[in-house]
Design a protein around this ligand. Sequence first.
Ligand code: SAH
Ligand code: SF4
Ligand code: F3S
Length: 435
Amino acid sequence: MSNKKKVFIKTYGCQMNEYDSEKLVLDLEKNHYEQTTEIQEADMVVLNTCNIREKAAEKVYSELGRIKKFKDHKTDLKIGITGCVAQAESLEIFERQPAVDFIVGPQSYHKFPEIISKLKDGERNIIETSFEASDKFKSIASLAGKPKPSAFVTIQEGCDKFCTFCVVPYTRGKEVSRSQNDILSEIRESAKKGAKEVILLGQNVNSYNFEGISFSSLIYSLAEIDEIKRIRFMTSHPRDMTDELINAFGVIPKLMPFLHLPVQSGSNRILKSMNRGHLVEEYVEIINKLRFIRKDICFSSDFIVGYPGETDKDFQETIDLCKQVQFAQAYSFNYSSRPGTPASRKEELDENLKKTRLHVLQDLLNKQQTTFLNEQKNRIHKVLFEKIGRGIDEYVGRTEQFSPVTVVSKENIVGEIRMVKINSVMSHSLKGVLK
Ligand code: SAH
Ligand code: SF4
Ligand code: F3S
């Protein structure tokens, strides 16, 4: 029996939060904690929260109500809120749920070891949500600890773009890029432990710039690490898709032919009102250039439906854009008004109208995804296997175009890149046989 304390951590929201959660767990492991997937046996529960839409934020309070019941029986259970709700709501969280012991915003994770020791001393009501971004990356421990075929690496945090609907610039602060040396040494470390793929992460990953080193030059340096066979990045902004970056897709075979490039709307009027800073035509031009440079590239996007002022015509333009681009997959959301954002002062559209439009868009995007997956049938793909699947002898990996693939194999193929012939198509993934 281990005499370590146990932490249960639940992560909401984006990949940045996933990455942060792993870092927080590393700090806890240094302090004699281990992670558990059973909330009942936890000595500490951390909710790493997301504030992007109202639903995501409200979920936190209902979850807290449930966790509080555990604390009623186990009074020394520590409850912590991290992530973007922690940053946005700060002290208000203690008011709404007094069972919470600590609140840490994403700007202050470097203070987490200090917080752990305060908790050990029995302190409560600990709060760290100040904004002193600049040394954030310096004190971050390398995440290269756990061996994984596909490793996430945060290279940039924060956002200066201030889209009118979005909380991220307020919760994650201004754009900060991490030093190229730190990034490359973390990746080399991961490569030693078996990583074959790197996914570079940032809220605006392609706005990366560290002391004059651009995002594309970082990718060129990273491509020189032999053990790394695949490079991906997210999330990028159309405004930062420089020609240099676009051309890299033609020069670096390791740069995978899949790009998640959120556009939000197909109407120039709405894009302007959202402060996105580009036109629909410019978005299409990026897509066309990339398709010309890299024949097999496919695309994913994010859409917001029912932004204040969106007319039937604006919405139709979004549909038209989708038909023109043909996405391999995409995410779409109803607009959710977020406190403190400029768009929250605008009059909202009727909820039913928003829902109807979202339905129409999602229908189209699902069809496009099905079409894309069906095109893969009988094709041979290179697949990097990342984990064991749910079925007997099943393994799950991804194609170069990022589609999930399941195969059956007697030997363990996790961490290997293997040729797979696709023989059937599921709703969001592929099945195949090893060649
Ligand atoms: N940095 C990325 C996206 C970050 S948030 C970008 O600029 O594209 C992820 C997605 O959530 C966004 O692309 C957007 O589609 C959605 N989103 C953000 N704020 C939202 C809001 N207030 N209501 C609905 N969806 C929102
Ligand atoms: Fe939010 Fe816009 Fe920044 Fe993306 S670019 S994080 S949508 S403000
Ligand atoms: Fe959510 Fe914050 Fe990510 S609001 S989407 S967790 S940056």
